[in-house]
Design a protein around this ligand. Structure first.
Ligand SMILES: *[C@@H]1O[C@H](CO)[C@@H](O)[C@H](O)[C@H]1NC(C)=O
Ligand SMILES: *[C@@H]1O[C@H](CO)[C@@H](O)[C@H](O)[C@H]1NC(C)=O
Ligand SMILES: *[C@@H]1O[C@H](CO)[C@@H](O)[C@H](O)[C@H]1NC(C)=O
Length: 312
């Protein structure tokens, strides 16, 4: 028998244990393809530990990865037009600012308008992710799962909505585009008061404008059915200003992140889940958390055996 068998087997087990999503949680890789610097902000939801950074500078072309703990939930966004004093570290951003007056956001949320990438990772179960324009838009952003099982579609808003923003929603000279809720505050735009349910809160001409430009993004609070995506056991790429070429090369041809010229009616159906899933998550109902852990274990054992076989 091969004398290295026990130790190589042990190291393989260790490798698989440490790379298994059920144990370690997802890796998020944030990439800036904009022609300008972006200062991403990261907010962990209540009950999730913060990632390694809560706010950092990402030059054009730059990329940075974060290992999330199991069952992490939270959001990523991009701040633009930031200036931080090199000596004091103090400063602010013209869009997406988090009001800390410094580089790190330290548990503070993005000030709208800001494009948001939202994640609920369920280690050993199904992750939910979306790109939301409910709090407005400040820059193009897409989310692409890497690996994982399930439908795992790319989502996001690749279009430049600052160009198409109606004057009454525009911030500055086109730095960002407010939601109608933020601009006007009416309950029917905000899905509040008498409009605080999926039955009463309907798309507005404004949210429809966002939806037409970015069909896979949340355009108003109850836009779940075409805006929430699922995948199990994946890592995630979050890209600011994705190029048109990279959208076209996406492995799933139906996963176009949405330019205004695209008919996504064939690809936009996340398929079969109840639009109350979000409240289920909030209330801890695990009916969506339905990926067999024995399937995961089987895959782990199989891949261990294959690698082991190849090495012997
Ligand atoms: C993650 O959440 C699932 C239930 O959704 C739970 O079974 C599991 O133990 C959690 N894992 C960790 C490491 O907290
Ligand atoms: C998209 O395609 C569907 C059918 O596949 C069609 O009914 C709809 O009119 C199309 N929309 C656009 C904008 O082309
Ligand atoms: C799991 O999903 C299947 C369909 O995919 C469904 O029939 C079953 O009821 C689900 N189980 C739970 C606990 O939700």
């Amino acid at each position: 028998m091969n004398p290295v068998f026990p130790s190589s087997w042990l190291s393989l087990v260790l490798i698989f244990l440490t790379t298994s999503k059920g144990v370690s949680g997802a890796t998020f890789t944030v990439t800036n393809k904009c022609g300008y610097t972006v200062w991403p902000g990261i907010l962990s939801n209540a009950g999730s530990s913060p990632l390694e950074s809560t706010g950092f500078e990402l030059p054009s072309g730059g990329s940075r990865s974060f290992q999330a703990p199991p069952n992490w939930s939270g959001r990523f966004w991009g701040r633009t037009g930031c200036t931080f004093d090199p000596s004091t570290g103090q400063g602010s951003c013209s869009t997406g600012d988090c009001s800390t007056n410094q580089l790190e956001c330290k548990g503070q949320n993005a000030n709208p308008p800001a494009t948001l990438a939202e994640f609920t990772v369920q280690s050993g179960g199904q992750d939910f992710y979306d790109v939301s324009l409910v709090d407005g838009y400040n820059l193009p952003m897409i989310v692409e799962p890497n690996g994982g099982s399930g439908s795992c579609m790319m989502t996001g808003c690749a279009a430049d909505l600052n160009q198409q923003c109606p004057a009454e929603l525009k911030v500055g000279s086109g730095d960002a585009c407010k939601s109608a809720c933020e601009a006007f505050g009416n309950p029917e735009y905000c899905c509040s008061g008498a409009y605080a349910s999926p039955d009463t809160c309907k798309p507005s001409t404004y949210s429809e404008m966002f939806k037409a430009a970015c069909p896979k993004s949340y355009s108003y609070a109850y836009d779940d059915a075409t805006s929430t995506f699922t995948c199990s056991g994946a890592d995630y790429f979050i890209t600011f200003c994705p190029s048109v070429a990279s959208q076209k090369s996406a492995r799933d041809s139906s996963a176009n992140a949405g330019t205004s010229s695209t008919n996504t009616s064939s690809g936009a159906e996340p398929g079969g889940f109840d639009s109350s899933w979000f409240s289920n998550i909030l209330t801890g109902d695990s009916s969506c958390n339905n990926v067999s852990s024995s399937a995961r274990l089987f895959a782990l054992i199989c891949s261990t055996m294959v690698v082991l076989f190849l090495r012997l």
